[in-house]
Design a protein around this ligand. Sequence first.
Ligand code: ADP
Ligand code: MG
Length: 788
Amino acid sequence: SVKRKPEIQAARLKLPVCGEEQVIMEAIRNNTVVIICGETGSGKTTQVPQFLYEAGFSHPDSVNPGLIGVTQPRRVAAVSMASRVSHELNVTDEVSYQIRYDTTTSKNTRIKFMTDGVLLRELAADFLLTKYSVLIIDEAHERNLNTDILIGVISRVLKLRANLSKQDREKIKPLRVVIMSATLRVTDFTQNKSLFDNPPPVIKVDARQYPVSIHFNKRTPEVDYVDEAYKKIGKIHKRLPPGGILVFLTGQQEIVNLCKKLRQRFPTLPKRASKIDVAKEKASIEAESRIETVSARNEDVEAEEIELGDSADQIEDFELPDSDEEDDSDDELGFYGEDDVPNEEEDTDAPLHVLPLYSLLPTDAQMRVFEDPPEGTRLCIVATNVAETSVTIPGIRYVVDAGKVKERQYNLGTGIQSFDVDWTSKASADQRAGRAGRTGPGHCYRLYSSAVFDNYFPQFSVPEINRMPIEGVILSMKSMYIDNVVNFPFPTPPPKPNLIKAEKILTHLGAIDRDQKRITDLGRSMATFPIIPKFAKMLIIGQQHGCLPFVIAIVSALSVGDPVLRDSDLNDLADEESDSDDENGTTDVKKMELHNIRNESVAEKERRKLTRSKYYQTQMKHAGLDPTSDIIKLLNIVGAYEYAGATQSFCEANFVRPKAMEEIRKLRRQLTNLVVANCDGVDVSIDPKMQPPSTLQLKVLRQILTAGFIDSIAVRKDYIESGGSEGSKFKSTRGVPYRVMWSDEDVFIHPSSVLYHQPAPLFVAYNEQFKSSKVWLKGVTKVEPKWL
Ligand code: ADP
Ligand code: MG
């Protein structure tokens, strides 16, 4: 019944997956879950849905009338694969896609491509997924949070559907699932008893892959791999035979910058191009920068969608090299076989058809990478890891790999989530190289040395779920309507006590309700921010009395981590518990004395004391007139830093780390943009010269902090033991034991706190606890009992 065009039919038959059609279909008939592993480009995504289609799945009159669903971690893959399969099947409206903001589904749809986020949301409405007869979970090797969670949920749906269909086969049909992976690393799915009772069969498809020569750089560029990529692309383009170039960088900003440079250097259009062509080219380039109304929600989030950088941090325009530029980098481009003798004549005006590819790019601009490049031009695609396994771009012969990836990271100690650029894994570097060998033998230029590859690249990437703070993960799941997280079959499960604690924290924050443990409206808003839930909560409740700009600054500083040097960084004299007696402005006297001291070691000791005294004076200055909170002190530092013009000398004079201050600044900008995008009717902008908060605002800020740190409240031990009588007054908090919610150990306010020399409050909220000689509370704020 399928009427494919002859050329399509011929091309399909060459795909390795098509050689296994019988094996695959038999396995799917005999098992509810089947795993298919095969190299990128072997035909998994385009062909397996067609096998199912031809076998009658999704046909209204068949025994399996439900849809064929295919999930993808990325929007670009969902859209482009739907179009490709529709083209191959030679049908008009039977193959559709659905992504967050757009769908082509209709009553005629039989194969539906969608992002895994879309399917997770459908689960909320119909947990049995009754409209599907078979689901293909693609790109499982990526171990994205959404894909992992989806596989966990679907293992449950399978069992339910199987049981229900035994009772009434007419009403409920069993569901079949195919998990597809570009690598053989699937034991987390096959050997996980809580996921599937019987290990599902694994079908391995041997891919036909042309050889790819790998060329390592002799040296690894210190920072500017974008510049290095630019040079390498120029050389390939000028010297090597025809064939597309695929470049791997880490994020939007880098890609946009490199595309701009390349387009200036090697325009796509010949010098005498028609006005129409020039206008067309201009329009399509402009379409790239059109902003799609995509906000960084948990669904569909790819790391690159949330960028910490902004336009002010763009990579400096680098100089255009002269055409006869001194070639100081490795010249492996010279070492070609006889067939590959470079053009003697370096035609620097040869057009290069440069296209960006990253997931925030508008969909139609993304789709241009699949079109044939204009006659006489060479295709050059500058991509994030979207192009690693999700999409196959035809005609790529050269890969330029910076070896970097931007990934979500989580610091257990500080609770900071960040998007860091770091070396990718060996497995993913090999996937990237493989992109050059699909149409013929190819070359991969790695912009790093083999020593760096051997010694610094991890074998595999860590699953995303293990790079996320657990409260954040649980909140994400709840926002996808997955309520019972403790018994949830994660492919790589986090420890159970962590899950339980995470739910308690979320309950205290009001992100989930107490009884049902379901997400609240507040929780749903919190889930939109790339920071831990307690900080997100502060942002959301911070919209009162004009406090939001302060809250954004505070949350940014807390997320980055304390920028203040620790007094132990100053010198070794500082014993954490020793009281310093020179904090009261005797500095000038000391200074004079210093001149009179001959003995070097005594002078040294005095100098240290002086520094230390200056350090404490600075801390007290920032603490303000009513020092009740280390966090407010932090806010004052951020404000003072901006007021002073964000200079290095400010950092030195005020004992703060310049890099941390820079990061706080970037995060403030990003969070401000997200608040504007996600919170209706909120208009907040960054005012670098933020005025200090008023007395009322200070009080409100402390209440907001209390609400955010509601699971991190410490109570004076004597108050608990006396059954709530205020008892004796302590002149300072030094040596006064407190108790916190999650343990039975005495804890103490750290000497670096502004509260250390204040009368000991009954209640304090703290940002973190850490253990050295004792358990110390840091980032402390005095809490009024009536707020609790
Ligand atoms: P896999 O999912 O195993 O990585 P695909 O099914 O995506 O493989 O691709 C199989 C082959 O189909 C590719 O090698 C390519 O030749 C061809 N192909 C896929 N998409 C397109 C497209 N949009 N245009 C032309 N050819 C395509
Ligand atoms: Mg695929």
